[in-house]
Design a protein around this ligand. Sequence first.
Ligand code: AMX
Length: 387
Amino acid sequence: MSDENVLFQVLDTHLDTGMRGIPVGTCKTSFVDPVDGVHYAGYPIADLSNVDPEDAAFLLFNKDMPNENESRMWKETLAECSEIPSGSLDIFDSIGIGQGHPMDWLSMGIMSLARAEKENDISSDAVNLIAWMPELMARLFMSRGGRGDIVTPSNPSLGMVGNFVSMLGMKGEEAIRAERILRSFLVLHMDHGGGNLSTFAGKAVASSRSSLFASIASAMNALSGPLHGRANQSCLEFVQKVGTSDPDEVEAFVRGELAAKRPIFGFGHAVLRAEDPRATVQMKIGEEVCPDDPLFATVRTLREVAPRVLGENPKISNPNANVDLVSGTLLYNAGFRKPEYYTTFFGWARVIGISAQIVDERKSRGGKGVPIYRPKYLARDQPVRRL
Ligand code: AMX
């Protein structure tokens, strides 16, 4: 047997398993510890949950927290670059109010910005896209009639989240609460190692030297799947379906769902083996901003009851809460009442981390960039035939 075939035999158990656990590259922005969760450039995510989203973005690109001066200059750069290229998002006016999923709009919106691509300057494209995201998101919400149609002009000096909230016309207490929730949401969701599907898909497309915009739009399309980013939409719908915070009733509901072979949303993870620290952080934010909210009360009880019930099944590697248990309930309390929009916030955050990883890959090999991705698929059930 040739060496190659011996190798393939060894690897055979990994075939058609979604490349689980097969190392394929290096990641400089973040790593995921099975117990302590994601770390951005070495910092545990829980330590970063209250930093400015702009500073977290700086960290992912520069692998160090900015000092005061660097933070101010980076925020000024983002503000200076924030004007959307004229006409780019007009596509939103022609799709039709409420038609299609908001994630499709996000991807199309990002593609429509590709006309402003800089030649051979992917780092500038990344900065520009990050700077354009608050207005892109606000235009997406406004054009679809997602949250209402009040939009005040962009004011980038308010910061990326403050500007978005202001463009939607939120004011006073409502704006303060939305900003509190969205700022931490963005920081917590920016990056999660190199191998999650949207990040991997974005980097794979970028490896062909496609534009940053085409690569990130592809990443958003990957994120839109119900097994990936769209789980945060399903999680809120699940919490709404539970409809009680009584521990006995919640336990009966969980057992009923399991008996019907339906997933208990907000629990379990492919890599983590403890409660996701992002869920722990978000529980604390919930206790701070919406302790008496009935949905949050359901989440609180689910967090107590579900791990015990799921833990009875030895097949389930991690019965604990994941990031999506709480995020939807917080977004709901931030004033965003339509769960189908929740993955776009996830997408907004990931634009930052995935762009940072794409820039890193383009700079690798002394500036040559990673080679075009080309994993091997083994031919099966295809004997050579003749017509
Ligand atoms: N409810 C019901 N069954 C579950 C479960 C849950 N919360 N978590 C795991 N299981 C089942 C799996 O479906 C699998 O069953 P199978 O052997 O019949 O296929 C078995 O337990 C073993 O699964 P695992 O190795 O522990 O996890 P996994 O890597 O296969 O799946 C995940 C991980 C997240 C898809 C799964 O835990 C799940 O479906 N959770 C509920 C949905 C959810 O909350 N998704 C959001 C995930 C967070 C994120 O990544 N964004």
